[in-house]
Design a protein around this ligand. Structure first.
Ligand code: HEC
Length: 158
């Protein structure tokens, strides 16, 4: 009788622990929620920001493109991988893009999550494939990536 009571207590305790575990598991975000969260990061409204502003981060992004291109022209796969990694994981500039958002505001807000997703996903693909894919394929991916940079600038500059 005693043993079975202990058994019951252990079972209930186990159930509580496993329920708590379930409750803590974050619900996967929908695509819309992901895009909204992403936009907040780009605007500088959430996420850990760098101590450096947008222009400094942008100039470094441009250097990383140079690094990838040198890698493509010299078959230096290390440079391709490291350049793409730096782009994929670039920090959120201090203050986000908000100070630069003067025109096309609605267009920018709807397009940026897609542009930025393309940019970061392609950077991740390049970094993962840097050691194995053909240089030609890596070059095509790099062009796809830089066209996302250019598309975003067009929104701010045209
Ligand atoms: C989310 C939009 C966005 C994306 C994506 C983006 N940029 Fe920018 N970039 C900006 C904004 C905003 C500015 C500042 C305003 C301007 O120059 O028109 C800027 C400015 C720049 C500048 C000029 C900095 C200076 O010295 O004035 C360079 C260089 C640059 N970006 C490189 C890049 C590269 C390389 C990529 C892709 C790897 C990239 N950017 C992707 C928004 C973006």
């Amino acid at each position: 009788m005693k043993i079975s009571r202990y058994f019951l207590v252990i079972c209930i305790a186990g159930l509580i622990v496993s329920c708590e575990g379930q409750a803590k598991k974050p619900k996967p975000l929908t695509d819309k929620e992901k895009a909204e969260l992403h936009m907040k990061k780009v605007l500088g409204e959430t996420g850990k920001q760098s101590e450096y502003g947008l222009i400094i981060i942008m100039r470094d992004l441009a250097r990383q493109i140079d690094r990838i291109n040198t890698g493509l022209f010299t078959n230096n796969r290390y440079m391709i991988q490291k350049g793409a990694e730096a782009i994929a994981h670039h920090p959120i500039p201090k203050g986000g893009i908000k100070p630069y958002l003067r025109k096309n505001v609605d267009k920018v807000k709807t397009e940026i999550p897609i542009i930025d997703k393309n940019l970061h996903q392609t950077a991740i693909i390049i970094s993962k494939k840097a050691k194995t894919a053909s240089i030609r394929e890596l070059h095509d991916l790099t062009v796809k990536m830089t066209s996302a940079c250019v598309r975003c600038h067009q929104l701010f500059r045209d």
